[in-house]
Design a protein around this ligand. Sequence first.
Ligand code: FES
Length: 164
Amino acid sequence: MSRMPLPYNPKVLELFRNPKNLGKMEDATVVAVAGNPACGDMITFYLKISDQEVIEKASFESYGCAANIATASIVTEMIKEMKLEDAWKITWKSVAEAVGGLPSIKFHCGILAVGALKRAIRAYCKNKRLSPGWLPEELSFEEKQALEEEELSRILSKRMRTEE
Ligand code: FES
C-alpha cells in the first residue's frame, strides 16, 4: 500500500532541501536539545551570543523530518542579530507562518524547533545568572510541549523494551 505524500508547501520543501545554518557550531555560547534520540525526533540548537545579549550566529542539527528541518532553518535566520528578549517572543505559530504553513500533524515539529530555541535562551540566562523581566519562570508553551513529547517517548521506548 502506498502512502499519500504530505502536503508540504514549496517553501518547506526548499528549506528542507537547502537548509540554512545546518551543522554544529564549535564556538557556541550555549547549546540546547529538544526531543528524544530514541525515536529520532531530535533537534540541537547552537547560539553564539554577544555580551550585549545579541544573537550573533545560530545553527542547528536535526534528526527530525522535513518540517522540523525547515522550521529550524528559518528560526536560525529569523533570530540572527536579534536581542535575546526579541528572540524569546518567537512562537511556533509565527514560525509555521514564516514557512508558509504546515500540515496539522506536523505542528509538533515546529514546536520542537522553537522549544529548543527557548531552552537555549533559558540556559544562557541560567548560566549567566540573569533573571531578566521578560523571561517568565513558568515554561513557555513550546518548552512544555517538548517536555511532554520527551516524556511520551521515554514511556514508549520503556514499554517497547519490556515487551521485547
Ligand atoms: S520532528 Fe517528529 S515528525 Fe517531524
